[in-house]
Design a protein around this ligand. Structure first.
Ligand code: NDP
Length: 286
């Protein structure tokens, strides 16, 4: 007789607001595809309840969970340890239970580097990043750890831009500089990778454009956008028309999910299944 088992392994996402976060769709698509009897729950957690939620996850034997706005920094005080990039960035988006210890990782930047690595080796690359928020911080730190040699942070607000440059100089070996974004920006000659890490172009403001002199983009530059919805942004379209290799925001989103599933389950999931599940959800929004 087969032994019956009604107990599923638990993972999830803690955030507030969280109801529009689509991560569950791609993670559970992967669980089903790989016959994993696991669940990924989308859970609204208010900041004042975060400690109780983390303790509760530990008590209930969660294998791990993602943290999103506003918990990426505040969750650190409740964890047992941090992975390398999470400790450099001081931000956690993925908690993993290892031998009963909750360890904070940051997979946002790793997801980006993974997408880029499918096209080129990040080592030795000179990058230009638009934005200096959470996504820009994750990408620039991970690119530095992957061996990129120079990063220009282009940002509207000076304080955030200079803050990120200071962090990169203090904690990584990348040569970092700041450029204030107060008019059409010209991409410097010799740039290898151009990255939009701002929220410009995110649904519903899908016609928003980056203030760039597009004639300074050349086909030798790789162009990436973090916007997952819609993945076909003005930047991605324009760069592709110019002959640049491009990476869209779904690539990064899917790859950070792939890394999370690997950490939690040990299974290397099929990114195609996850991407298709997300595309399905987003296509319903148009
Ligand atoms: P933050 O709020 O931390 O940072 C937003 C950044 O965008 C800031 O640098 C801000 O500049 C800049 N910005 C916003 N609007 C404008 C504008 N109109 N003109 C110039 N600059 C602008 O957000 P996050 O970094 O967390 O997220 C940014 C984007 O990345 C989001 O759209 C999110 O969906 C996406 N993302 C995608 C992921 C993926 O897996 N694909 C993962 C994580 C995030 P300033 O400092 O001047 O305000």
């Amino acid at each position: 007789m087969t032994e019956l088992n009604f107990q599923q392994e638990l993972t999830g996402c803690f955030g507030q607001p969280v109801s529009e976060n689509p991560t569950q769709v791609m993670i559970e698509a992967a669980y089903q595809h790989h016959n994993l009897d696991w669940r990924y729950l989308t859970i609204e957690v208010a900041p004042e309840n975060l400690k109780a939620a983390v303790d509760g996850a530990k008590a209930m034997g969660f294998q791990g969970f993602n943290c999103t706005i506003p918990h990426k920094v505040s969750v650190i005080q409740y964890l047992d340890g941090l992975g390398e990039s999470a400790s450099v960035m001081e931000a956690v988006n993925c908690v993993v239970c290892r031998d009963g210890q909750l360890i904070g990782e940051n997979t946002d930047g790793k997801g980006f580097v993974e997408s880029l690595s499918e096209l080129t080796d990040p080592k030795g690359k000179k990058i230009v990043i638009f934005g200096a928020g959470g996504a820009a911080r994750a990408i620039s730190v991970e690119m530095a750890l992957a061996g990129a040699t120079a990063a220009t942070i282009v940002n509207r607000s000076v304080e955030r831009g200079e803050g990120l440059v200071a962090l990169l100089k203090e904690r990584t070996d990348i040569e970092a500089s700041f450029a204030k974004w107060d008019g059409p920006f010209s991409i410097p000659d010799g740039t290898d990778v151009v990255i939009n890490a701002t929220s410009i172009g995110l649904f519903p403001d899908i016609n928003a454009r980056l203030d760039i002199n597009f004639d300074t983009l050349t086909s030798s530059m790789m162009v990436a956008d973090v916007i997952p919805n819609p993945p076909e942004t003005h930047l991605v379209k324009t760069a592709r028309d110019l002959g640049c290799p491009t990476i869209d925001g779904l690539g990064m989103l899917v790859n950070q999910g792939v890394i999370g599933i690997k950490y939690w389950t040990g299974v290397d999931p099929d990114p195609k299944v996850m991407r298709a599940a997300l595309e399905d959800v987003f296509s319903g929004q148009e």
